[in-house]
Design a protein around this ligand. Structure first.
Ligand SMILES: [Zn+2]
Length: 286
């Protein structure tokens, strides 16, 4: 599942289409048929509301947590197309679908935006957990409105520590809590394990038993993992692909995720927490 660095890299790759008009769009049969039975596959609003993207111009592309958004303008009114890559979503900018080299991504295109320059912005999603919706303003979209500050914002560290120390999360295990975008946006299952290892904190530690100093170290570790991943082009495990279909190298830098031993040579433990595999070392972490 793409986490903050992967989504940020997709966003950066897509910036080349800023300024272009979306002249038309197509929806896959999965999307159309899903909507016929009220499943709202990919497009999370009635399809006639989605029609508004046609003839809109892309003013800018942004990211908040794991959400990307396209700021659009049509007839002097500005609005946003918000997208979430879900478990396996990917964007491609191509002249023809055949340019998508990976068979599964080519087959499982869900939305195609035809751009004024003749190119297509293709959204592919094999498992179809991705989301797209038009919203009037980002502030009116609850998941973004309720999100904690981005890790790059100066207040993010204080917000992270103060929220965790508010008492509300005392009995919670730390690992699932740092994956909550109200605490810090963009941490997913892989980087949660990695950051907890780097900061020597057990994923099963209860929040109330972690000092402010150690929480500050954890914040630093999350930033370190994000920045390292960005510099290596993100992680390519299972389904993440960059816009150009390339793949990142961060998976080769993991210290614990998916591994048998930690960098110190200790045998790692795994545990399913909130349905997600968690990797940790009982010698390096406490
Ligand atoms: Zn260890």
């Amino acid at each position: 599942m793409p986490e903050l660095p992967e989504v940020e890299l997709v966003k950066r790759d897509l910036e080349k289409i800023i300024g272009l008009e979306i002249v038309d769009y197509e929806l896959s049969n999965y999307v159309i048929n899903g909507h016929k039975i009220n499943k709202r596959t990919i497009v999370k609003q009635p399809l006639d509301e989605f029609r508004r993207v046609q003839n809109s111009t892309i003013l800018s592309i942004g990211r908040r947590g794991k959400y990307m958004y396209f700021s659009l303008r049509k007839e002097n009114i500005e609005f946003n197309l918000v997208a979430h890559l879900g478990m396996s979503g990917a964007f491609f900018i191509v002249n023809h679908l055949d340019e998508i080299s990976e068979k599964n991504f080519k087959k499982h295109w869900q939305v195609i935006f035809h751009l004024l320059n003749g190119q297509m912005l293709v959204y592919s999603d094999i498992r179809r957990f991705g989301e797209m919706r038009i919203v009037e303003s980002l502030e009116g979209f609850k998941p973004i409105a309720e999100m904690a500050p981005e890790y790059t914002e100066e207040i993010a560290r204080a917000h992270f520590i103060d929220t965790l120390k508010s008492g509300r999360y005392d009995e919670s295990f730390i690992k699932p809590i740092i994956m909550d975008s109200k605490i810090l946006p963009g941490v997913g299952n892989i980087y949660a394990s990695e950051a907890l290892y780097l900061s020597h904190i057990l994923p099963t530690k209860r929040v109330k038993n972690i000092s402010r100093e150690r929480l500050s170290n954890l914040f630093d570790a999350i930033v370190e993992v994000f920045e390292l991943s960005l510099s290596y082009g993100g992680s390519t495990i299972s389904d993440y692909r960059s816009v150009t279909g390339g793949s990142g190298e961060m998976q080769n830098k993991f210290k614990v995720y998916g591994l048998n031993t930690c960098p110190e040579g200790h045998t790692l433990k795994t545990k399913v927490m909130n349905g997600r595999n968690t990797y940790y070392c009982t010698k390096c972490q406490r």
